[in-house]
Write a protein that binds this ligand. Structure first.
Ligand SMILES: CSC[C@H]1O[C@@H](n2cnc3c(O)ncnc32)[C@H](O)[C@@H]1O
Ligand SMILES: [Zn+2]
Length: 456
């Protein structure tokens, strides 16, 4: 149940067993021959997989019948600002700097507080779980509260505390940024099997070189991931750094903050030399194609990244720029975009895209053992109903990218716990969460400048 007060959150869900026997599941490898399998889950990990003929006796263990549904590794959303569900649809059809400076930052200054972050993050968790996402990288303010919400929802998350050089909702005095984030890292490191804390410096145009260096140094000291939005729009270099000077990527490289623990979000405006620097640094990229198209930013050179072995994950970005958290939509778009730009249908195969949203995404976020179905891997599993007209006949995983949607997900298991069963989220009260967010949205409507709808 959802606690009435986010500060006193205690989730019954956290004491649920992490041992399960999953029966009658279809593994991707058997999609064509329809041979059903069992998966034995112990202590949140996959302990054994085999054909139904060799299924062990439940021996008192909770058993879930997969009903012939396809079992997939849970999808991994590499970039989100979960609490921004409150701002869904608030500022559509605007380019990034207008959207951010004239609409989003003012709305955040007025409405972001711990209560908002708790409930709006829970709402994001409901949307992600019900569309097959089991892990997310969140980057926002009041990160301790976001971490509580994601843990209470039963989601696996890398929760990164946001840093900007101006007064932010959770840190009104930017000179206190580093110590605040350090407190967050100290509190959450090793506290929960589900939550990994990290650092998020917002962007090269909102963080000074000194802030960027100190934020990265802090992340390194705690051995955490360091995230940054960078090279998102064409004018980032012109308006932010120096029109004649280094590119945003060169700027970050010169500051010494690109390495294997750095995750660059967006990376739309990267030229050949930038991509070479990135590849040599070991840093990863999370691409957010829906957000990049909607904000008019452009198309990230994902095939060129992959051909240089730059690790690439897939993210939705927040609800105010997407406006959906369904990674199936994101996969479909990513797989098609590059085919169109270079007029080559082989530019980015569906299987490669599925890997960015699973195994590849896990590696970008440092989530060891996630994004794969094998013995010893995390039991983060999604059951997809393929026995439907739009997924028939089902021979291989390409259909997951080109025809499936989040609505096809039936049940979800995270860290060995059943989080959604037959489309019913069981870890928290979704109806109550929607009610709370609707009430907040109604209150904020009077003070937030929502875009008037114009007739054409
Ligand atoms: C410190 S991260 C949170 C901060 O980032 C803002 N934000 C959301 N999406 C984007 C984007 O695509 N580019 C730049 N900034 C973005 C969000 O509103 C928060 O203020
Ligand atoms: Zn973002």
């Amino acid at each position: 149940m959802v606690p009435a007060n986010p500060r006193t959150s205690t989730s019954l869900f956290s004491v649920m067993p992490t041992n399960l026997l999953l029966i009658n599941c279809l593994l991707l490898a058997h999609a064509a021959d329809r041979q059903l399998s069992y998966l034995l889950v112990r202590d949140g990990k996959i302990a054994a997989i085999g054909p139904m003929a060799a299924c062990p006796l439940p021996d008192g263990m909770a058993t879930i019948d997969g009903d012939g549904n396809l079992v997939l590794p849970g999808l991994i959303n590499g970039h989100n600002h979960c609490a921004m569900t409150l701002f869904r649809g608030m500022a559509d059809d605007l380019e990034l700097s207008d959207w951010l400076y004239n609409h989003i930052f003012p709305a955040e200054a007025a409405h972001v507080n711990p209560e908002m972050v708790y409930w709006c993050t829970l709402l994001a968790a409901a949307e992600m779980i019900s569309s097959g996402t089991t892990s997310v990288a969140d980057g926002y303010f009041f990160s301790a509260t976001a971490a509580e919400a994601l843990r209470d929802a039963g989601m696996r998350a890398v929760v990164a505390h946001g840093i900007v050089d101006f007064p932010a909702p959770s840190v009104p005095d930017p000179s206190k940024n580093i110590e605040t984030v350090e407190g967050f890292l100290r509190h959450w490191q090793g506290r929960s099997s589900l939550i990994t804390p990290a650092v998020f410096a917002h962007a090269p145009y909102t963080c000074s070189p000194r802030t960027l260096r100190r934020a990265k140094e802090l992340a390194d000291r705690y051995g955490t991931k360091f995230f940054i939005h960078a090279a998102e729009t064409a004018n980032e270099q012109a308006t932010v750094i120096d029109p004649q000077g280094p590119t945003p990527l060169q700027h970050l490289a010169t500051l010494g903050i690109l390495d294997a623990h750095t995750v660059l979000v967006h990376g739309v405006w990267l030229d050949g030399p930038d991509l070479d620097i990135l590849a040599a640094s070991g840093a990863a990229v999370v691409t957010c194609p829906q957000s990049n198209l909607k904000l008019g930013a452009g198309i990230a050179p994902v095939p060129q990244m992959l051909s240089r072995n730059i690790p690439v994950g897939l993210g939705t970005d927040g609800c105010a720029s997407n406006n959906s958290l369904d990674l199936f939509r994101e996969m479909d778009l990513l797989a098609k975009l590059h085919k169109a730009t270079v007029r080559d249908a082989t530019a980015l195969p569906a299987s490669r895209v599925l890997s960015c949203a699973t195994k590849g995404g896990a590696s970008v976020l440092g989530l060891t053992g996630c994004g794969t179905i094998s013995e010893g891997a995390a039991a983060d599993l999604v059951l997809v109903a393929i026995d439907q007209p739009h997924l028939t006949p089902f021979f291989n995983s390409d259909l997951l990218v080109y025809a499936a949607s989040g609505a096809d997900v039936r049940s979800v298991i995270i860290d060995g716990r059943l989080v959604m069963r037959d489309r019913q989220i069981v870890s928290f009260d979704v109806a109550a969460t929607m009610q709370r967010v609707c009430a907040m949205a109604a209150r904020s409507k009077h003070s937030v400048r929502r875009r008037p709808k114009t007739e054409n």
